[in-house]
Design a protein around this ligand. Structure first.
Ligand code: PLP
Length: 408
């Protein structure tokens, strides 16, 4: 398919925003956005302003600067709520990232699980959406089930339907696989979970920057993501949960800011979201995340999705002409292409590509159960962001041609 057609088919034009990203030098193909996204200047500026001009603590200060910072910090929460289609800003809990969000749910909501209760995960989950549930299962006697994948690498929702029972209390699934790029039909997954009375947690780490999300339309119960994958800073992320669910959840970490009153005869806790935000938060991180969401929304997630799926199509088309390459995942993957070069370890692929100024990820991508399913110990992974274009696909293909020449 010709380059123009790649986008025309999707009713959009290619994005042209590379100049917004000062840390991407000319001629460097950054293809590791699934690990972490580069930052646009507006995010860097928001962070710099937060420290250099407006910095103060939040929620506690009696002075004007602190009151202003509190307003900015809470405005970011309201912006996140609007971005996710949440019913209220009180449904947004600031966390360090998706990993902490999932641990929060496992440690707080999960406390009520008992022996014989079941949790359903899938074969393609990131370790962050496996290990917290294993720790919870060890503590409570709950049992974990693992849903299989379809031949093209989607979570098999027909199998999920057949596996779910009234013993299932939670279904926790990735919206977009960080290895295969496969997109979950999250609404159908939510309907299946609810049909047996289970809650559903959607790991939105890879979807939040690639697919328009409306948590109410998806009808999920928990949605988690990390700010750094959404062109925002590291160290800040979001747990969204429905207000009625958050209201029932006990605190999981104790400290300042999460209390109502403290005495040695008994302590009472703040309502959500404060109840889950012990300690001084990542104040400037929230401002950076706000700027990142404004940036992404101004481009539009539908345009971003169209752009990245066009790049995936181009990459898959080109790579499939190299006969030493095995592609993993579906043709309609969102922004991510994993592959294997026959007879070459992915780390060697990554090292040679780096010499060609192409940055990819090589490894198990924190998805060892998925690697076992694919029958490999690691894959090479190219993942796209708003700043990538067809020149990056060309650079990847040229680099891989060199890999195959070197390794014969
Ligand atoms: N879930 C998925 C699908 C991911 O891709 C990642 C990060 O790679 C995580 C969870 C964990 O995110 P973080 O390390 O930012 O907490």
């Amino acid at each position: 398919m010709g380059p123009a057609l790649l986008w025309a088919e999707r009713g959009t034009a290619p994005l042209d925003v590379l100049a917004d990203f000062p840390a991407i030098p000319d001629g460097w193909a950054y293809l590791d956005t699934a690990a972490t996204a580069q930052k646009p200047q507006v995010v860097i500026d928001a962070i710099a302003r937060g420290y250099a001009e407006t910095y103060a603590t939040v929620h506690r200060g009696v002075y004007q600067r602190s009151a202003d910072m509190t307003l900015a910090y809470e405005a970011a929460r309201a912006r996140i709520a609007r971005f996710l289609g949440a019913a209220s800003a009180d449904e947004i809990v600031y966390v360090r990232g998706a990993t902490e969000a999932i641990n929060l749910v496992a440690n707080s909501w999960g406390r009520t699980l008992k022996p014989g209760d079941r949790i359903l995960l899938s074969q393609l989950e990131h370790h962050a959406n496996i290990v917290p549930w294993q720790l919870l299962a060890d503590r409570t006697g709950a049992v974990i089930d693992v849903a299989p994948l379809t031949a093209d690498g989607h979570i098999d929702l027909d199998a999920v339907e057949a596996m779910l029972t009234p013993q299932h209390k939670l279904v926790a699934l990735a919206h977009v696989s960080n290895v295969l790029g496969s997109v979950l039909n999250a609404r159908r997954a939510a309907d299946l979970a609810h049909a047996v009375g289970a809650k559903i947690l959607i790991d939105g780490c890879q979807s939040v920057a690639r697919v328009a999300v409306d948590v109410q339309a998806l009808d999920c119960d928990f949605y988690v993501f990390s700010g750094h994958k959404l062109y925002g800073p590291t160290g800040i992320g979001v747990l969204w949960a429905r207000a009625d669910i958050l209201g029932e959840m006990p605190p999981w970490q104790g400290g300042g800011a999460m209390i109502d009153t403290v005495s040695f005869s008994g302590t009472t806790y703040a309502p959500p979201p404060g109840r889950f935000e012990a300690g001084t938060p990542h104040i400037v991180g929230a401002l950076g995340l706000h700027a990142a969401i404004d940036y992404v929304d101004a481009i539009g997630l539908d345009a971003i999705h169209a752009h990245e799926t066009a790049l995936v199509t181009a990459a898959r088309d080109r790579l499939s002409t190299l006969n030493s390459i095995t592609l993993f995942g579906p043709g309609d993957a969102a922004g991510i292409v994993s592959f294997d070069v026959r007879g070459v370890h992915p780390h060697d692929v990554g090292t040679i590509l780096d010499e060609e100024r192409v940055a990819i990820r090589a490894g198990h991508h924190c998805c060892q159960p998925l690697m076992a399913h694919l029958g490999v110990s690691a894959t090479a992974r190219a993942s796209f962001g708003v700043y990538n274009g067809l020149a990056d696909v060309d650079a990847l293909v040229r680099g891989l041609e060199r890999v195959t020449r070197i390794f014969g």
